[in-house]
Design a protein around this ligand. Structure first.
Ligand code: TNX
Length: 535
């Protein structure tokens, strides 16, 4: 009996170490099935990359330029599969994001369709050695079958508080796509700036696109302001360029137009949309926070304006979702506005919270009529949720749980799960760049499970995915954006993609993330050295 126990124990140890070996592929996010095989596949100048369709050709070309730029080797492309070659095969794996990748000493085969093929390519290039000369380039044999846990894997960027150049937006999308995130939530309007050209309302960007000075925080006093206008905006052509760029990388761009709150920049351009009979003048906000002046919910002009804006937004962005904000809308102006009070009475609304719900539901109806769906921050639950709305849960997970229980789709982005990437990455604020506060390190993000524990199992299907948010009050340059998303983005990618039972913090932090950061060291991209490495 003792012997049997002993054998069982040995077996358990063997299983555990096999499992560990199984996990040590250097890929982030960790694939959902990995089998290590014997031997290596050697890449030389004679290695041919083959494809079998227009779609797989473009991915084959990506690999060709990767090998050329990394190792200075020019591999040939071919429509015919060659012995000892690398081939991209268009084969539906059931889920458009799924792929298979097989590396053997004889060949490399990547199969999938659309995003799946692209993700197969992303996994493949992560298997390449960091430092190798062309004469010693080889890959360890492995068989990977992979598909994501969640269909929505997002990262947000606030370009309202600070403006970022188009070239950086593209780099941001590149970073996102290389870790298999598939959604870029572009927060385009804020109290401090309106950043998207709207042809019908040119003052939105001419006036609302600029504020009086560059702010690095609330610590400046009025006397310090230098009166240099700060701002900028994206033209519709530029926004379309971003949509196309993202599409090539299988990233959907969801635009956000904030309403009814966070609207000061819009009001600075079109003051008649504020409350009361003679509203304004307003200026785009010069400090951070939440402001009392919001779109008037009583005037028909407000809805006419927003519908016209949304028409143009819908024409630029083909995404199923249009984000309509909905957060942090103070009700004080509505309380004293005769138009809002009239609306409340005429529609038998209980109070201003129900007026907010009236507002969102009316916008939802309009957007649904155009064949799109709305998504909003969890405040849209107040006063009754719009019937088809998807909720982005940010103030903890309660909003997400409540919405899922009502049968609504949900994206989890709770600040309590460490998903606010504007929060500092170390405990000591004196050692971190100035930030809004809060504390979220790599381990905290990694340990988050987007499925809230308190959510009934039958409602879990409504949780479509997870996103991290990058608010930029204190982040004014592209380098600081990189610093704040990296390496936390690596952990986000893994909780969004990999089955929770496969998560392994030790392997992630000691092996895989460390290797990815070493790779970043070879580029211009900056990151915070995570605390786990002892700094
Ligand atoms: C809350 S999250 C906000 C933003 C701020 C952020 C700072 C959300 C819907 N609203 O307006 O920038 O906190 O962390």
């Amino acid at each position: 009996k003792k012997l049997l126990l002993c054998a069982l124990a040995l077996l358990a140890v063997a299983a555990a170490s096999a499992q560990h070996a199984d996990k040590s592929v250097p890929i982030i996010p960790l694939p959902n099935s990995v089998k290590q095989l014997d031997g290596r596949f050697v890449i030389s100048d004679a290695t041919v990359i083959s494809y079998d369709s227009k779609e797989s050709k473009s991915i084959a070309e990506l690999l060709q330029s990767f090998v050329a730029s990394q190792y200075g080797m020019n591999l040939q492309l071919s429509q015919k599969k060659q012995p000892k070659g690398i081939s991209f095969v268009s084969k539906d794996q059931g889920n458009k994001e799924a792929y298979e990748l097989r590396v053997t000493p004889q060949e490399v085969v990547i199969s999938g369709v659309e995003a799946g093929l692209f993700y197969g390519y992303q996994s493949l290039i992560q298997l390449f050695p960091l430092n190798a000369t062309p004469d010693q380039l080889s890959l360890a044999a492995v068989e990977i079958k992979d598909e994501p846990r969640f269909s929505y894997r997002g990262l947000h960027l606030d370009v309202g508080r600070h403006m970022f150049p188009l070239s950086f937006i593209k780099k941001y999308i590149d970073i996102l796509a290389s870790y298999k995130l598939n959604t870029f939530h572009w927060h385009l309007t804020e109290d401090q700036g309106w950043r998207l050209e709207i042809k019908k309302y040119p003052l939105l960007t001419e006036v609302g696109g600029f504020r009086k000075q560059t702010l690095l925080g609330n610590y400046k006093t009025d006397g310090d302001y230098d009166n240099t206008p700060y701002g900028g905006f994206y033209t519709q052509e530029e926004a379309k360029e971003i949509v196309a760029y993202a599409k090539e990388r299988f990233v959907t761009v969801i635009p956000e137009i904030e309403l009814p709150g966070h609207a000061l920049a819009a009001l600075s351009a079109y003051p008649h949309l504020g409350c009361g009979d003679n509203p304004g003048p307003y200026t785009a906000a010069q400090t951070w926070g939440v402001f009392d002046d919001v779109f008037c919910a009583g005037k028909e002009e407000t809805f006419e304006f927003l519908e016209n804006v949304l028409d143009e937004v819908i024409a630029i962005f083909p995404s199923e979702y249009i984000h309509i904000g909905g957060d942090e809308c103070p009700k004080s102006k509505w309380k004293s506005c005769p138009h809002c009070q009239k609306r409340i009475k005429e529609n038998n609304l209980k109070d201003e919270h129900h007026l907010q719900s009236y507002f969102i539901q009316r916008i939802e109806k309009y957007i649904n009529k155009k064949g799109r769906r709305i998504i909003g921050w969890d405040e849209i639950l107040e006063g009754g949720l719009a019937p088809n709305a998807t909720v982005m849960s940010w103030r903890g997970d309660e909003g997400g749980i409540a919405a899922a229980e009502l049968g609504h789709d949900v994206i989890m982005t709770p600040n309590s799960y460490g998903l606010y990437f504007d929060h500092k990455q170390g405990p000591d604020r004196h050692r971190e760049p100035l930030s809004i506060g809060g504390y979220s390190n790599l381990e905290k993000v990694y340990s988050a499970d987007p499925l809230p524990k308190a959510l009934d199992i039958t409602k879990q299907k409504h949780v479509k995915g997870v996103q991290a948010n990058v608010w930029t009050e204190y982040i004014e340059t592209p380098k600081k954006v990189e610093f704040t998303i990296l390496p936390r983005l690596l952990a986000l990618a893994e909780i969004a993609w990999t089955a929770p039972e496969r998560k392994d913090w030790k392997d992630f932090s000691e092996n895989r993330a460390a290797r990815h950061l070493a790779k970043l060291d070879q580029t211009e991209t900056v990151y915070r050295v995570p605390e786990v490495y002892g700094l």
